[in-house]
Design a protein around this ligand. Structure first.
Ligand SMILES: *Cc1c(COP(=O)(O)O)cnc(C)c1O
Length: 390
């Protein structure tokens, strides 16, 4: 059997592998952002983004990482002393709750055990007891535990209250369906190096009408992330600050591809990568860690005696596959494999195979030929669905 370790594979839940066409676009000569050539690209991007967000509202681009987009959502609607319900089920939930607190909000943390999804009825009963809640915020996918939350159900619950529902969809929007308008999401943030399939450096945000009513009257000071300035600039066909020309040109390609092939076919491909990875857990004698596994990232739970940190490093250094480990209470206990970005069937196959080799190096006793066969059979059977987008 062959493991072609010459080919490096990056299957982190961000940053992700880039489409070859995106790599070419990123290498193009620079153009100025105040030119007719760029104006038409920006126009097409801003229009097509509505398709991706499944909204009629404008979507805004910002040159920042995803966390900047989270901050933008927050500070545009966060009034001084606002009451915030933060769903905290992992590292990113913690970060957002801390951020709200840093801006002076009164934050109640609804702590969900790692690896579990929040129960919608817990949010519902909290909001019944605390009808003065201004903001409810959650991750759509908590990347640190590879878990998705029931966003549709939460959206229905929050929509019946005065609160705004903010969703960190950095590993969700573009990976599985998240119709902003239909699910009553008031603020959504996506991130370039995750489900948007580009390099790091851009966040994308959109607000509902309900949110805009708050934005207009919100006295909280803001400057770089003041979405009103961006809105005014976009209406003139520009971005307020210098445009991120490289990423916006690459985004144009990504969006045109989605428009051409359909959002559903993108979600289908990613779902199949996730299904494959979950199926392979059994073949590798590992368990899937999350009780509500996301389609954008899978966490394999390692047996307790495994030296997880060393194993992850070995997979990378000896076998050329970058996957991520866990943080805090999950340090050394899980391996996280991303399903976003440009991923071929061969990448999936090689990852499983090289993982099997590494596991055997760490005392597993896997039958490598059986692993290879199981992987091949699955991939062959779902070939069409897997290649629908590439
Ligand atoms: C990666 C990630 C972030 C942070 O994004 P940065 O680009 O690193 O700032 C926030 N939330 C979730 C769910 C993420 O996966």
């Amino acid at each position: 059997m062959s493991i072609e370790s010459s080919q490096q594979i990056l299957l982190a839940p961000g940053p992700v592998q880039l489409h070859p066409e995106v790599q070419k676009i990123l290498a193009l000569p620079m153009i100025h952002h105040r030119t007719p050539a760029f104006d038409s690209i920006l126009k097409s991007v801003l229009e097509n983004l509505k398709l991706l967000f499944q909204t009629t509202q404008p979507v805004y681009l910002q040159t920042s990482t995803g966390s900047g987009g989270m901050e933008c959502l927050l500070i545009n609607v966060l009034k001084p002393q606002a009451k915030v319900l933060a769903i905290v089920s992992g590292k990113f939930g913690e970060r957002w709750a801390d951020m709200a607190e840093a801006y002076g909000a009164q934050v109640h943390r609804l702590v969900v055990p790692w690896g579990l999804a929040v129960q919608p009825q817990d949010v519902e009963s909290y909001l019944k007891q605390n009808p003065d809640t201004d903001i409810v915020m959650t991750q759509a996918c908590e990347t640190s535990t590879a878990t998705s939350h029931p966003i549709e159900a939460l959206g229905q619950i929050v929509a019946r209250t005065k609160a705004l529902f903010l969703v960190d969809a950095i590993t969700a929007l573009g990976a599985f369906t998240l119709p902003m308008d239909d699910w009553s999401l008031d603020g959504v943030v996506a991130g370039s190096q995750k489900a948007i399939m580009l390099p790091t450096g851009m966040s994308l945000v959109s607000f509902s009408k309900k949110a805009w009513q708050v934005i207009e009257s919100n006295p909280t000071p803001r400057f770089y992330f003041d979405i009103r300035k961006e809105q005014a600039a976009n209406l003139k066909g520009e971005t307020y600050f210098s445009s991120n020309v490289n990423l916006i040109r690459a985004l144009d390609f990504v969006l045109n591809q989605i428009k051409q092939k359909g959002l559903d076919s993108l979600f289908k491909v990613i779902h199949h990568r996730a299904e494959y990875t979950r199926q392979m857990a059994e073949v590798l004698h590992l368990a899937v860690y999350s009780k509500a596994p996301s389609d954008s990232v899978t966490a394999y739970l390692l047996p307790p005696q495994t030296q997880g940190t060393q194993l992850r490093e070995k997979i990378e250094s000896t076998y050329g596959v970058t996957v991520m480990g866990g943080q805090d209470q999950l340090k050394g206990r899980i391996l996280r494999i991303g399903h976003m970005g440009h991923i071929t069937s061969e990448n999936l196959h090689q990852t499983t195979l090289r993982l099997a080799y590494a596991l055997n190096d760490f005392g597993f006793n896997l039958n490598l030929e059986a692993v290879e066969q199981a992987s091949k059979t699955w991939l062959e059977k779902h070939k069409e669905a897997l290649n629908a987008f590439n």
